[in-house]
Design a binder for this molecule. Structure first.
Ligand code: G2I
Length: 463
């Protein structure tokens, strides 16, 4: 999935600064003959995307599908950017307006546009306390947890293979000094909702980098310390997290922190990649330009800061347009901030390692004593599910499989297992004759139900 680094590593080996020096030495000697060489050499860095690719990075924009009919907007997008993030089109309210009814038309348009123009796509976002569909308001507990997991599974499956990085969970930490999780309907389903979302996303799209994304985490502070502790814990326990997104919304009151680079680096040191995901900086003129330059230089100084996304194209496209926070003015003209950004990209920096480590392999869900493989045969209004339990190296003397069911599903009968509950998170235990399973051997059970069949991950554990 690492298109940018693959592309750039094959294209250029001379660092930009050295190359610029070589070019100026050569031009001084044979002025006419070097004109072409200088132009072609310099052309790599005349757009944001090309300049970022020089060090193996992408330069992206948050894009709104309804602006794709604006030719000025699309002209800038196609010329300057190498990654697209859906501004709203892949959020829960947009993709699942009714329970288990999915609409992907807008998101698909963005993906098609990106594919047609050689851009990568960042997915935004699978689980967030905002922009949820209305129907989630009446849900809580297991029903909300299962609805969330089903959402993550369905959306990540739909876009499987098309997304270079997913913002799996967005803005789950509280503002202020606590460093704690934000209270939300999702948080109230249990502290493990975030890791459950990451595991479901990995199962659905094993090739996508899975990121946690947040704001006011751009320097070291109680909130970013809370995120840091979570990422460290996830890495230690094998929860599949690959990256952290730093939104980087800056204002006069909340400017680029002095430890911006150090903060990115400490996350990288945990073994994850980092990206700047929603960059916009309130202001104008040289002070805005300087702030953009500082952010870009900080990312380029951190080898696993793999890309930068600005949160729109023209100031007038911004969700906070009065702050004039972007790189192009309302007419689509380049601002001073554009030039400073391009210059900072062309100044070079660390090169993104050409092969980033593959996503961490999640341990089998459950306690590792066994795995459960689920197959579902469904028809409108009903389903039959077959589950194969396979024992780990120690064998089993009893097992339990937990399987989240969609909110409309009800188990009507089961065979070769006894079940607890008929809807929501249903668990299945061995019966008298199939609890003992030898090392590496398997046994099967099944159940029938009404509604939609399971789509989530089954966990298997020793009973
Ligand atoms: O909240 C600002 C950003 C913070 N980080 C996460 C981002 O996903 C978030 O983006 C903004 C979008 O740029 C806005 O476009 O999220 C807003 C909602 O929190 C988006 O605004 C919404 C409006 O509030 C809705 O009224 C509107 O229907 O955009 C919707 C679609 O245009």
């Amino acid at each position: 999935m690492n298109h940018v680094s693959a592309r750039s590593s094959g294209r250029r080996t001379t660092p930009p600064r050295l190359r610029a020096a070589l070019v100026s030495i050569v031009t001084g000697v044979v002025a006419v003959g070097t004109t072409v060489a200088l132009a072609s050499s310099a052309s790599a860095g005349t757009t944001l995307g090309a300049a970022a690719a020089e060090t193996g990075r992408y330069f992206g924009a948050a894009v709104a599908v309804n602006r794709l009919s604006d030719s000025v907007y699309v002209g800038i997008l196609n010329r300057e950017f190498t990654s697209v993030t859906a501004e709203n089109e892949m959020k829960w309210d947009a993709t699942e307006p009714s329970p288990n009814q999915f609409t992907y038309a807008s998101g698909d348009k963005l993906v098609s546009h990106a594919e047609a123009n050689g851009m990568r796509v960042r997915g935004h976002t699978l689980a967030w306390h905002q922009q949820q569909p209305r129907w989630t308001a009446v849900l809580s507990g297991t029903a909300l947890r299962n609805a969330m997991l089903n959402h993550v599974t369905q959306v990540a499956t739909h876009y499987r293979g098309k997304i270079h990085a997913w913002n799996v969970v967005n803005e789950a930490f509280a503002d202020g000094g606590s460093g704690a999780r934000r209270d939300s309907n999702l948080q109230r389903t249990g502290d493990d909702w975030i890791e459950a979302a990451f595991r479901a996303a990995r199962a659905a799209d094993p090739g996508a980098k899975l990121c946690y994304n947040d704001y006011y985490t751009d320097g070291q502070n109680p909130k970013s310390n809370g995120v840091y502790a979570m990422v460290r814990d996830f890495r230690a326990r094998g929860v599949p997290i690959d990256c952290v997104g730093f939104q980087s919304h800056f204002t006069a009151q909340s400017p680029v922190p002095s430890d911006y680079q150090a903060n990115l680096q400490r996350f990288v040191d945990l073994g994850v990649e980092v990206q700047i995901t929603e960059l916009d900086i309130e202001g104008s003129g040289s002070s805005q330009a300087d702030s953009y330059s500082r952010v870009v230089s900080a990312c380029l100084a951190v080898s696993r800061c793999t890309g930068i996304t600005v949160s729109g194209i023209r100031d007038t496209d911004s969700w906070r347009s009065s702050a004039t926070p972007l790189l192009f003015d309302g007419n689509g003209a380049k601002k001073a901030a554009y030039t400073s950004t391009l210059d900072a990209l062309n100044a070079g920096g660390t090169t993104v390692p050409p092969t980033t480590p593959p996503p961490t392999t999640p341990p089998p869900p459950g306690d590792g004593a066994c795995t459960a493989a689920v197959s579902v045969n469904s028809w409108p209004g009903g389903f039959v599910t077959t589950v194969k339990v396979t024992a780990g190296p120690a064998g089993l003397d009893g097992w339990v499989v937990n399987l989240p069911l969609p909110s409309d599903a009800t188990v009507t009968n089961a065979w070769n297992a006894q079940h607890t509950g008929t809807s929501g998170a249903v668990s299945f235990r061995n019966v008298s004759y199939n609890g003992t399973v030898g090392a590496g051997a398997g046994t099967e059970f099944g159940f029938q139900g009404t509604g939609n069949g399971p789509t989530g991950t089954a966990t298997c554990a020793r009973a």
